[in-house]
Design a protein around this ligand. Sequence first.
Ligand code: SAM
Length: 377
Amino acid sequence: MPKPIKEELMEVTMDALRMNEGLGENSYANNSLLQKKVILMTRPITEAAITELYNTISPKTLCIADLGCSSGPNTFMAIFDLIKNVDKRRKSLGLESPEYQIFLNDLPSNDFNTIFKSVPEFLERLRNEMEAGFGLCFVTGVPGSFYQRLFPTKSLHFIHSSYSLHWLSRIPEMEEANKGNIHMAISSPPSVKKAYMNQFKQDFFAFLSCRGEEMVAGGRMVLTMCGRNSEEPCRRDGTYRWEVLSMVLRDMVAEGLIEEEKLDSFNLRDYRPSVGELKHLVEMEGSFRIDRLEVYEIYWNGYDEGEISKHEKSQDVFGYYIVKCMRAVVEPLLVHHFGEEIIEEVFLRYKQIINDPMSREEKTLFVNVTVSLTKMI
Ligand SMILES: C[S@@+](CC[C@H](N)C(=O)[O-])C[C@H]1O[C@@H](n2cnc3c(N)ncnc32)[C@H](O)[C@@H]1O
């Protein structure tokens, strides 16, 4: 029986998951166009949910949380839209503006400093763009894992989370190594696939139970995550980017640039649930009612088909955004596990593979799942 490899992996993942910090060239703030587009695509669902919430509950202080907020322009984008919708609605109903309490949550290693520095600008924008009589807005950072309790009982009215819940709380406990792979791949052993699925079930159930405690009855929650189109666990939907990274790391092992054991003990805590899995878990946990559950696709560099053909004129541009986005997300994990020295080489090779015409024939769509929920009594 192969040795479980949990201990080492848990230590690695708990320390290293965060997006590239700051506002520099490789920062998440400057390389999250794909995630921005996803927030824009889900806008109609989010707007409907906040408007329905405000139609049924009009609290004096509206408490809104964004979970897995990261840092950069996306952090305030969804929050701004939510406030704008409420403000328009209260104006049309002739109601006094609520005050807003905004909670921005991410793991403690997130770059909260960059967020806090942009709070004054965000508040200024609210004052300039909201209707007369707009209420006060308070912004608070909440460091911690959303798989645990983060807020007092029945204290939240609305929760938004985008592109964060496909990150598991930890790397699943595996009975055998996921040799040559860094995620739940088609070629992963069945026990590895089962471990990933079980970890997601456990995590998402915990997430719902915690939020069930923290939200008021009638509160609303809109969650978007990378997902998959079919119920089959190992479809390639959206995982090509990890396959390319596996390929790069395997080549570097073959050339003696990375130790094989290092690669074998590196796994990502990434899981893409299906609509069926989400539905089942929400129903089983029981705190929330599903109002909407939608699946849609986006090109992995954040551009749609029309825009891509424009950009494809230059091979470099096609790869440029994908590599930048990938790097902003996984660089800290790679540095933590393999060391700083391999990073430039990894992303150089990554770019070469995706700019290869053969590789560009691959289905490079990300599948997203959005679920809109209401907290039951
Ligand atoms: C890809 S970013 C998405 C950021 C932002 N919501 C957006 O749409 O651009 C995912 C974020 O989720 C955070 N995250 C992952 N697991 C988390 C957890 N258990 N608790 C809180 N945040 C978590 C990561 O640290 C990261 O900042």
